[in-house]
Design a protein around this ligand. Sequence first.
Ligand SMILES: [Zn+2]
Length: 420
Amino acid sequence: MLAPMDTISSVVHPRTDCRLCGSADLTQIMDFGQTPLANAYLSSKELDQPEVFASLVVNFCNNCKLVQLRDVVDPKVLFSRYLYVSGTSPVFVAHFADYAKSVTKRFQLSGDSLVIDVGSNDGVLLTQFKKEGTKILGVDPAENIAAEATQSGIPTLAKFFTPETATGVEAEYGKASVITANNVFAHTDDVIGFVEAVKVLMAKDGAFIFEVQYLKDLVEQNLFDIIYHEHLLYYHITPLIPFFKSKGLRVFDVEHIPTHGGSIRVYVGWDDGPHATSTHVEEMCKGESDLNAVHTYEAFMTRIASGKEKLVAMIADIRDQGKRIVGFGAPAKATTLCYAYGIDATMLEYIVDDSPLKQGLYMPGTHILIKPSSALYEDKPDYCVILAWNFAVPIVKNHQKFIENGGIFISPVPEPHILS
Ligand SMILES: [Zn+2]
């Protein structure tokens, strides 16, 4: 059985206007019902205590076409139990090393150039810029993580990125050649305040570069599980161009990159700044026409409903044969997937995850236990659904022995299928 739906309404605030253009002309395109907070993993002692649930509803702005969550969960509640520390994942370390190299080269950064990373976490990106020889500064509201990063040589301010924070930073450090923000630009309810802060700090020839998951990949690959309360905005390029223009800024380039199932790296400068606008920007907009129509999302939700039916039937079939099935990976998106698909501990016996931080905890809402991946060999389940599907390739590669022992991996996306 799923957990009772205890909503603490005071921590949830519905938004009635578009976060980019302010229009109130919004259409509801998705409703995943009341879901638990995706990162609120539970210890065994907390299993009988009430959990915070909030409605997971997605709106479409008919004016600028931005796709966004309706409800905002108080960040203090949302991020109070955050376990994810980016530097722990080797895939991301390699990604950020390439990123720092390419940005340093493209913008000819030197020892005088300041790079500011917003939402810098443990300093995984800034560590790479430090190696490239630039000046660095992190901004991250998580005090414990900021203190640890500072101690390990990555100076980090424990603050939210607001115009006030930016004014203080500028007074002390001067203007930034590059301001980076990875995923946090999709986490912020006050996008306008964020961009005002960028404007305080960005040098005349500077660049604001942010990475966010790409709405087109989300829709085309049926990646509905990346929708959860931390992710308030689901970007495509079309709404961003007029938004930045209205702020005196210009999107001058965009790259499509594979992170998190498909992301975009967007480059923004001053509208009258020196960076010529790449043809990539217009090309990408041309490929987005489907994303600007509500019927695309109706078709998307129909596909999600059929994916649910298929996965639930697969699991029932496996269990009817007396076989055992578990999950691999307990990222935040697994909470949305399990909850939206109604998959609980009676269907997946447990989930394995390589992060020691999560082992021994239980999934929010569904209360599925998280174990180390050694359980695949000690306990020998027959099937394993890869919930961390963005790591499916390394997971299958690292667990050939599970397959050799007769184990079978299942991927839940783009529609449920057997992998091996
Ligand atoms: Zn809008």
